[in-house]
Design a protein around this ligand. Structure first.
Ligand code: BES
Ligand code: MN
Ligand code: ZN
Length: 491
């Protein structure tokens, strides 16, 4: 989609849908502007219905002027409209007209700030995502007709400048969504690593470790997950050096990349097993974040580590009861081969701190079904050994619109993962399943500030209630962590 900011929209035609973002406390002004484009239809339609400019409200007028339609989308009260509210309002307008036949969506945002105009463009970029690579017979009228977005704002140059880093962020989110949407026969660990390797063109450094390299490093925990798979496990190491001092201590992000999770010998039931293609959503988010940081040339040194495996049953697969030795030296009794994500992260986290000595580590993982029981699909779970890092993450969560809820990481639960024959076992039973998973990870963190985001609840949205997230891969984590870096770790 081409995106253009302009001081005024000029003449409207029948190929164009016009949209206005209306604030609840400025309803009359919004209706006045819409009336001018619709021969007075907006005020009449408003009087006949319940549109007040509230969040998520829309008023859709067709055949009332030179444009194909005039849309009003509400954003609530002006003073408490967050960037996320503007993004969602704009994306909602896009959703209403994307396949209407109109080719241009034109926003009249003359009453909004340049930052808000940029946020509207960002919302449309995110909301217009589609994964249609494998559709060969889709009818033309189901395909989006919109190809261009025009936004009228008095300070067009400022809006364009504000949008540039957001466009890089949207590219990163899109990269994540593509990875997460791909089926597991296409996106297996080596293919994932190849796609990440291609990011070197953006100025990122990417190394890929294979099974022999990881065996030499002693990563018996990560490696035991892929033993039943025909696909080779991989560890991708992505570096971005954007700080003025190229040797400044980096920030680090670690992702669970289980390209398919059948459960292994502790095999899952058939119902919904197809969802386990997106069990690499944590690694996908880290890859998209690195894409975004490079795309906007962030002034930070950042490391992304992706543990890429496939969890399958086979004669060579890890058995329940097997004991493996992790890179940290700690032994793990694998009681359930379906608790594989934590086995991957155990070695990925250890490797990360051992090699890079980062300021902090944040891991992202579709780790437990239990986090969905706790939080539903609105929040990801945050677990951390560090209050300052938690506060930074929660404030980035508020600013980016990706919700986080802090969960307890209380040592009292640790007895649930004590093993009779090894240092730790990989499951702690049903009670507090997300917490015992996080406590397991903590055993592979050597003192530095660390946070674990359990994103099993939010990586995939179906149905999605947020117009910036089409049904399917959300890209959760990219916006949040980009915000964290921008707010606290640049310049
Ligand atoms: N990948 C799953 C967790 C998951 C569940 C992600 C639903 C997304 C949606 C993870 O590897 C898993 O299987 N966890 C088990 C752990 C259990 C065996 C202790 C679970 O949550 O049931
Ligand atoms: Mn599993
Ligand atoms: Zn899993």
């Amino acid at each position: 989609m081409d995106i253009d900011f302009t001081p005024d929209l000029g003449a409207l035609d029948a190929q164009t849908a016009v949209a206005l973002i209306v604030f609840e406390d400025e309803l009359q002004a919004g209706l006045g502007a819409a009336d001018a484009m619709s021969g007075g239809a907006a005020a009449r339609a408003q009087a006949a219905g319940r549109f007040k400019g509230g969040k998520k409200q829309t008023l859709d007028l067709q055949g009332v002027g030179p444009a194909a339609r005039v849309l009003l989308v509400g954003a609530g009260l002006r003073h408490d409209a967050t960037p996320a509210d503007i993004e969602q309002a704009a994306a909602a307008a896009y959703g209403l007209v994307k396949a209407s036949g109109a080719t241009t969506l034109a926003f009249d945002l003359t009453a909004l700030s340049p930052e808000q105009a940029a946020a509207a463009a960002f919302g449309v970029r995110l909301g217009s995502y589609r994964f249609d690579r494998y559709r060969t017979t889709e009818r033309a009228e189901q395909k989006p007709s919109l190809t261009s977005l025009r936004i009228a704002t008095p300070q067009a140059a400022q809006a364009r400048a504000a949008f540039a880093p957001m466009a890089a962020l949207a590219d990163g989110v899109q990269f994540t969504r593509d990875l997460v949407s791909e089926p597991a026969n296409i996106l297996y660990p080596e293919e994932f690593a190849r796609r990440v390797k291609s990011l070197e063109a953006m100025g990122l450094q990417v190394e890929v470790l294979g099974e022999a390299d990881m065996a030499r490093l002693g990563m018996g925990s990560l490696l035991c997950v892929g033993l039943g798979s025909r696909r080779e496990s991989q560890l991708a190491v992505i570096q971005w050096r954007g700080a003025s001092d190229p040797d400044a201590q980096p920030v680090a992000f670690v992702g669970k990349g289980v390209c398919f999770d059948s459960g292994g010998i502790s095999i899952k039931g058939a119902d919904g097993m197809e969802d386990m293609k997106w069990d690499m959503g944590g690694a996908g988010a880290v890859a998209g974040l690195m894409h975004a940081l490079a795309g906007r040339k962030a002034k930070v040194n950042a490391v992304g580590i992706l543990g890429l495996v496939e969890n399958m049953p086979d004669g060579n697969a890890t058995r329940p009861g097997d004991v493996v030795t992790s890179m940290s030296g700690q032994t793990i009794e694998v009681i359930n081969t379906d608790a594989e994500g934590r086995l991957v992260l155990a070695d990925a986290l250890w490797y990360c701190q051992d090699r890079f000595k980062p300021q902090f580590m944040v891991d992202l993982a579709t780790l437990t079904g239990a986090i969905i029981v706790s939080l539903g699909h609105d929040y990801a779970g945050l677990f951390s050994n560090d209050d300052a890092l938690s506060e930074s993450l929660l404030s980035a969560s508020g600013a980016s619109g990706e919700p986080l809820w802090r969960m307890p990481l209380h040592g009292g639960y640790e007895k649930q993962i004590e093993s009779m024959i090894a240092d730790v076992k990989n499951i702690g039973g049903r009670p507090a399943g997300s917490i015992t998973a996080a406590l397991f990870l903590q055993k592979f963190v050597n003192g530095l500030p660390w946070a674990h985001l359990d994103i099993a609840s939010v990586a995939w949205k179906k149905p999605s209630s947020d117009p910036t997230i089409p049904d399917g891969a959300s890209g959760f984590g990219v916006r949040l962590l980009n915000q964290l870096v921008a707010d606290r770790y640049e310049g």
